[in-house]
Design a protein around this ligand. Structure first.
Ligand code: HEM
Length: 360
């Protein structure tokens, strides 16, 4: 493990690892929108502000509320691909963690179903007429549910990395994880979710920076993004310092080092740009540069996350399993289904566009 990720592994292992990380990046970006977006909506309900129009009725909150059900379905769909690849790369570890998590794992899908319908409810006019208590309770509940789902994925990931803890977890039924490690990972995820969500929301805002309301929303986005970046970076540094020597060595060495560099560069670009937006307001070109910075940070962080797992699990033992999986084939079926699905999605987009055009 002295070579840059993923080149030091046999070809089938490197192939599945690469697909896993790339598809995970997509899930991560969409999950960030949902996690941070629901947090922002909960905050807007809790602190509506003392202006004429409450924060919940201002453009940013409206956009997030409108897009949240779609974003959730996109985050879930984008979770399927890494879910498939993680099962190929680490089959025993992943399934064992699922079983050991027991009800905390089984409850994830029911929780997501409930939240999905609540997100539609939140978009209705009837919801906006309910009392402060009812609206706020629902918004906070939705946000807490996403945090819980994130916690379940973190717990599953950590359990899968610690086979030495499996007998103890089986006997006691408790996750036996270090609270500090879980907390730090959750802080990295939730903090890191804000810059990604703010960037996506910035693309969704109307481009006119002369409109004072839009400038206010950009300023809010910049503050939230900078706060999230600060939190995630701080938690990330503490996490790195507390890591075991082997994991830290791989992150700082030739396997993960360049990805650490990419992550830092992505964070600096985002921090600098959001600071500029906070000071001088947004410009369309900023969004483009921010997107580049955000992509670098997401890819870099995903590889670093994988580097820690590689320090705990012996992938060489699994190489023959990856080779077998690569021999199974199925490319033709995959390509046919991909073409059919892209065509179906295309038809849906055309139908929605026509529907919207006929309403205008
Ligand atoms: C919107 C609700 C969801 C949230 C907030 C969420 C959050 C997360 C978080 C925080 C992680 C990283 C955990 C860590 O490294 O500490 C993660 C990983 C992951 N999530 Fe999601 N997730 C959601 C839904 C889903 C769904 C429905 C799927 C599957 C269809 C999924 C698939 C995955 C996969 C495959 C991983 C990587 C697991 C691993 O490498 O061990 N997620 N998710």
């Amino acid at each position: 493990m002295e070579t840059l990720f993923p080149f030091g592994f046999p070809t089938p292992t490197a192939f599945y690892l690469t697909l896993y990380v790339l598809t995970f990046v997509l899930h991560q970006a969409l999950m960030h929108y949902v996690l941070a977006g629901s947090g922002y909506l909960a905050w807007c309900n809790l602190v509506p502000g003392d202006g004429e129009t409450p924060r919940t009725a201002q453009p940013l909150a409206k956009i997030l509320r409108d897009w949240m059900p779609f974003a959730l379905s996109a985050a879930i769909t984008a979770g399927v691909a890494p879910l498939l690849f993680v099962q190929i790369v680490y089959p025993t570890e992943f399934y064992t963690a699922n079983l050991l998590l027991w009800w905390r794992w089984m409850i994830v899908i029911p929780v997501l179903i409930v939240v999905f319908y609540l997100l539609y409810l939140v978009k209705t006019r009837r919801y906006s007429e309910w009392s402060f208590l009812a609206r706020t309770s629902i918004a906070v509940f939705v946000s807490a549910c996403f945090l819980f789902v994130g916690f379940c994925w973190t717990a599953n990931h950590l359990i899968s990395m610690h086979p030495d803890k499996w007998p103890g977890i089986y006997e006691t039924g408790r996750t036996e994880l270090s609270n500090m490690e879980v907390l730090l990972r959750m802080l990295i995820w939730t903090g890191g979710a804000f810059p990604t969500m703010c960037l996506m929301a910035a693309w969704q805002l109307p481009p006119s920076s002369t409109d004072s309301q839009i400038r206010l929303e950009e300023w809010r986005l910049a503050r939230a993004a900078l706060g999230g970046l600060f939190l995630a970076t701080l938690a990330g540094i503490v996490y790195l310092v507390r890591l075991d020597d082997l994991s830290r060595g791989l992150i700082l060495g030739s396997l993960g080092g360049p990805y650490l560099g990419i992550t830092i560069l992505g964070l600096l670009v985002q921090g600098g740009l959001w600071f500029l937006i906070l000071q001088r307001g947004g410009r369309p070109v900023y969004r483009v540069i921010l997107s580049g910075g955000c992509t670098l940070a997401l890819v870099g962080a995903s590889v670093l996350r994988e580097t820690i797992r590689l320090a705990h699990l012996d992938l060489e033992k699994l190489a023959s399993h990856h080779e077998q999986a690569a021999d199974i084939g199925g490319w033709l079926v995959f390509l046919v289904m991909a073409v059919v699905n892209v065509a179906v999605i295309g038809v849906c987009v055309v139908m929605v566009r026509r529907g919207l055009a006929s309403q205008e």
